[in-house]
Design a protein around this ligand. Structure first.
Ligand SMILES: CC/C=C\C/C=C\CCC/C=C/CC(=O)SCCNC(=O)CCNC(=O)[C@H](O)C(C)(C)COP(=O)(O)OP(=O)(O)OC[C@H]1O[C@@H](n2cnc3c(N)ncnc32)[C@H](O)[C@@H]1OP(=O)(O)O
Length: 241
């Protein structure tokens, strides 16, 4: 990913990712590694500008495009791994959860789902993606407290699989993970993976319209817009300090 300054997902970037995923799906790949070209930031998640004082039509398109990306990512036949070379809050974390394996670079980085701190609720499919990786009890506490984990905590709880010394090491560990499937028939691997992931995939496929409606309702709630205003200000003012 290379969308400076923080690899955030806006509508156009989501379309680009969808197109790339469509493109790679046609190729006979062994696996895919998601990483960032931006030092210290894997992805800062969704672009807050998309849902602060939004245009309604664009907001609906935006969430529908978020759904497209995750349906495709969860469903990829081949192995997926994330070399998390920096912060991965919110949708940055969700992106890594869509992969089968996560190696995170050691450093003063945070990963987790902090949506509640913005006054917004994680959708059922995102919750399912989290509790398929870490235990339900930890998921509930992490989501309700908007917990961002440091690298050691993330390993301890199972949110990441390994700690890497740098980006290259993280990518190598991802490659090693992908090589594990060299002798496994692709079809068996893919179907097993898709069945294991059927909860979030099913919610995403069968409740798309309802999910968009709920997203729009939550985002347009005046108190959520107030929270977002404060949050955007806080991000802007960080630099001035
Ligand atoms: C069924 C449906 C029901 C309900 C669903 C409803 C809602 C669903 C919710 C929607 C889901 C939301 C998930 C999200 O992804 S929301 C985004 C959350 N992201 C964050 O909170 C991260 C915020 N960013 C940071 O904490 C830091 O930037 C970070 C730690 C990542 C990096 O810190 P660093 O000091 O290295 O850099 P900064 O100076 O802070 O940032 C660099 C520039 O990037 C801009 N930035 C950062 N994050 C965002 C963002 N998410 N959106 C837009 N812009 C962002 C930041 O402002 C800096 O910009 P400049 O000042 O350089 O212009």
């Amino acid at each position: 990913m290379q969308r400076p300054p923080a690899n955030t997902f806006n509508l156009e970037y989501l379309h680009e990712i969808t197109n790339s995923l469509d493109e790679i799906s046609k190729q006979k790949l062994k696996g895919v590694i998601l990483t960032s070209a931006i030092p210290n930031i894997f992805s800062a998640g969704l672009d807050i500008k998309e849902f602060y004082k939004p245009d309604l039509q664009r907001l609906e398109n935006f969430w529908s495009s978020v759904q497209d990306v995750f349906i495709k990512l969860l469903d990829l036949d081949f192995a997926t791994a994330a070399a998390i070379n920096g912060h991965a809050p919110a949708a940055g974390c969700v992106l890594s959860l869509s992969c089968e394996y996560r190696a995170m670079v050691n450093g003063n980085y945070k990963i987790g789902l902090n949506e509640a701190a913005l006054g917004i609720i994680t959708t059922p499919w995102i919750q399912a993606m989290m509790y398929q990786v870490i235990p339900m009890k930890h998921t509930e506490t992490a989501l309700t407290t908007a917990k961002l984990f440091d690298v050691d905590e993330a390993l301890q709880i199972g949110l990441i699989d390994e700690i890497a010394s740098n980006k290259e090491d993280a990518i190598n560990r991802c490659k090693q993970y992908i090589r594990k499937f060299d002798k496994i028939p692709l079809h068996a691997r893919a179907l097993t993976k898709q069945r294991m992931r059927q909860t979030p995939i099913k919610i995403l496929r069968e409740q798309r319209d309802e999910d968009i409606r709920m997203f729009v309702d939550v985002v347009m709630n005046p108190s959520v817009q107030d929270n977002l205003k404060d949050y955007v200000e806080k991000l802007k003012n960080k630099k001035k300090k």
